[in-house]
Design a protein around this ligand. Structure first.
Ligand code: SAH
Ligand code: SF4
Length: 383
């Protein structure tokens, strides 16, 4: 036992646990340990994950003493919202602050046939992709299971999506494309997605969840076998020399290893393809030769290609490719048989790009008069 553990006060040891971070087995064990019958855990689970209740008082089929016991044992708090921005195109962005003061972002992107929630897996990111603003942020920590599921719960609360699965629901898809590298926080991401996929709760199908990675090769097979969610790869370059610079994890796991892990990703088919994300950087990776090399690299792998217009940020070392160049690149991709490859930037008016709102908020706190005025653009439609 460590010194710190010996010094814990009873209040700390008995502090209510974050129920949003507990899977069904863990919840049942806690309920049974408190001397309550197992079926109480099932009742509680449905109230929380199917009906989205945020207070134990409303759980009408539980007697008062049971409700009180649960209120003493658990919390159902959502992450605190410090800013909420709604774009003219319907995109909503929440800046969240966790109890330790760290911040992360969640973005909801409505579309004709779906509504996609883009969630964060870490505060900041330890990787330093040269075109990505999140990579420039110093503070990094993993989000807990409850902080990840909490983003989904908050969005469902605000979108009026309870009970889960109701017709006309607004949140139909999740992409792990917010801040952070999800495969560096695999355990928490996996536990959170299992909770969100649970049929007794939110019940979102694995086919509606897409995890985006910069290429943490050893975790890719595991993600496919254990979770079975869709995979998106931040490819961005098709030569090792360039990818080493743009996506530095490439130095550890070069293209050949990455492509092999994708080729053997469990469950790939024409209905379940890898999404290749490719940010269009003017004069860097956007030539016809790059396009030909891209098509050659992924040949034989069931694929979708997302060409992402680069969102510049203050001090960013790149510019977005011109419209004509993007069109020419896209035309070649189309000709090779891949459909509608260019992603439309969304939420331009609300700083909806990865990491930008958080940085603007930090700047505003440092210099209260400054606007920070970062550039814009969130892209949707990853699935
Ligand atoms: N870390 C994971 C998931 C988060 S990033 C990953 O890298 O895949 C989500 C996507 O946004 C990635 O494809 C990333 O490359 C892209 N992205 C980051 N900064 C961007 C920018 N400034 N402009 C356009 N796309 C960007
Ligand atoms: Fe991290 Fe992804 Fe940004 Fe790279 S692109 S720094 S992996 S969040």
């Amino acid at each position: 036992m460590t010194h710190a553990a010996q010094l814990q006060t009873p209040a700390e040891t008995n502090a209510p646990r974050d129920l949003l971070g507990m899977g069904p087995a863990e919840l049942e064990a806690a309920v049974v340990a408190a001397g309550l019958p197992k079926f109480r855990a099932r009742q509680l689970w449905r109230w929380v994950w199917r009906h989205g209740l945020t207070s134990f008082e409303e759980m009408s089929d539980l007697g008062k003493p049971v409700r009180q016991a649960f209120a003493d044992m658990f919390t159902l708090d959502r992450p605190a919202v410090t800013r909420r921005l709604t774009s003219s195109d319907g995109t909503i962005k929440w800046l969240l602050r966790f109890p330790d003061g760290n911040e992360a972002e969640t973005v909801y992107i409505p579309d004709k046939d779906r509504g996609t929630l883009c969630i964060s897996s870490q505060v900041g990111c330890t990787l330093t992709c040269s075109f990505c603003h999140t990579g420039t942020q110093k503070l990094v920590r993993n989000l807990s299971v409850g902080e990840i599921t909490g983003q989904v719960m908050l969005a469902m609360d605000e979108l009026g999506d309870w009970p889960a699965g109701k017709p006309g629901r607004r949140l139909t898809n999740i992409v792990l494309m917010g801040m952070g590298e999800p495969l560096f926080n695999y355990e928490n991401v996996a536990a959170a997605m299992r909770i969100i996929m649970s049929g007794e709760g939110v019940g979102l199908s694995k086919r509606r969840i897409t995890l985006s990675t910069s290429g943490v090769v050893p975790e890719i097979a595991r993600c496919g076998a254990e979770l079975g969610v869709n995979l998106a790869i931040s490819l961005h370059a098709v030569r090792d020399e360039l990818r080493d610079e743009l996506v530095p994890i490439n130095r550890k796991y070069p293209l050949a290893e990455l492509i092999e892990a994708c080729r053997t990703y469990p469950g790939l088919s024409n209905a379940r393809r890898i999404t290749w994300e490719y940010v269009m950087l003017d004069g860097v990776n956007d030539s016809d030769e790059d396009c030909a090399a891209l098509l050659k690299l992924i040949r034989g792998i069931p694929s979708k290609i997302n060409l992402i217009p680069f969102n510049p940020w203050p001090g960013s070392p790149y510019e977005c490719s011109g419209d004509r160049r993007i069109e020419a690149f896209a035309a070649r991709v189309l000709k090779a048989g891949y459909a509608s490859p260019v992603r439309t930037p969304r939420g331009r008016d609300i700083l909806a790009a990865c990491g930008q709102l958080k940085s603007a908020s930090e700047r505003a706190r440092r210099q209260p008069t400054g606007t920070g005025k970062p550039a814009s653009g969130m892209t949707a439609d990853a699935t």
